[in-house]
Design a protein around this ligand. Structure first.
Ligand code: NAP
Length: 258
């Protein structure tokens, strides 16, 4: 029986040089971190968030070319305009990272204003859908859609019902879209971070009790640091991950194990 034919070379697991990448939520926190990682690896990046001055500051920090796209990911027309901007600037789009998110902590269902519930779902879930929808219009075979989920989508915490629902919903959405877009050769995956020190997580980090509970429930007994997260996205964006779709990749130091 013939053994596997060994290729002359293998795609680099984080090789994104030359790729054209949208990063939403790129004005600070994890999105800014991802913009740095992709730009440093030779990708061209389109930076999305509502606050233009943040995006300009991030663009100025990056080692490579970036375009700044200020707007709200809950606006369908805005997402389409970002896809159009990538095509106008670069002639196409290879990777869309839906990372914009909000996570207000509330005091249970009675403390959750219905408008707040809707907004959290809108930004974290509908925003990712609208991004994927826009990306699917302009991406060719080999395209990559990556959504930032959360371990809280699988293991909820009190006070975060809307956020947990949105992040759990993201998993179902990504799996269904993976089926929808497989014929076009586009993959759809979720990265589920554990606990990372960003502006969004600062309330937890600054509360000694909560911060300690995060460490207690993380197998590696620490918060995630800046070099811990981007590798998962770089892998899922690279040619090495062409057979990975509909997956959820926790980057959580073992939070879901404890
Ligand atoms: N930090 C963690 O430990 C952690 C863990 C698991 C998952 N996550 C997820 O990781 C993602 C990034 O979180 P982070 O910690 O980096 O949060 P962050 O520091 O608060 O940054 C969020 C980014 O999203 C942007 N954004 C918020 N609402 C938006 C909207 N409607 N339209 C466009 N951009 C919007 C913000 O900019 P503007 O306000 O200017 O729009 C900002 O650039 C989120 O999806 C979050 O749920 C974070």
């Amino acid at each position: 029986m013939a053994d596997i034919e060994i290729p002359d070379s293998f795609p680099g697991a984080g090789d994104v040089a030359g790729k054209r990448v949208v990063v939403t939520g790129a004005g600070r926190g994890l999105g800014r971190l991802l913009a740095h990682a992709f730009s440093g690896a030779g990708a061209r990046v389109a930076l999305v968030a509502r606050t233009e001055r943040d995006l300009k500051a991030v663009a100025a920090e990056l080692p490579g070319p970036a375009i700044v796209c200020p707007g709200d990911v809950t606006d369908a027309a805005f997402n389409e305009a970002v896809a159009d901007a990538a095509v106008a600037e670069w002639g196409g789009l290879d990777v869309w990272i839906s990372n914009a998110g909000i996570s207000p902590v509330v005091s249970g269902p009675r403390g959750t204003d219905p408008a707040l519930w809707r907004r959290v779902l809108d930004v974290n879930l509908t925003g990712a859908f609208l991004g994927a929808r826009a990306a699917a219009r302009v991406m060719g075979s080999g395209g990559r859609i990556i959504c930032t989920g959360s371990v809280l989508g699988e293991r909820p915490r009190a006070g975060l019902a809307a956020y947990c629902a949105a992040k759990a919903g993201l998993v179902g959405m990504a799996k269904a879209l993976a089926l929808d877009l497989a014929p076009a050769g586009v993959t759809v995956n979720v990265v589920a971070p554990g606990w990372f020190d960003s502006p969004l997580a600062s309330a937890w980090k600054e509360d000694p009790g909560l911060a300690a509970s995060v460490v207690d429930h993380t197998a590696l007994r620490r918060w995630g640091g800046p070099t811990d997260l981007p590798g998962a996205y770089l892998f899922l964006a690279s040619d090495a991950s062409g057979f990975v779709t509909g997956s959820v990749l926790p980057v959580d130091g073992g939070y879901l194990l404890v």
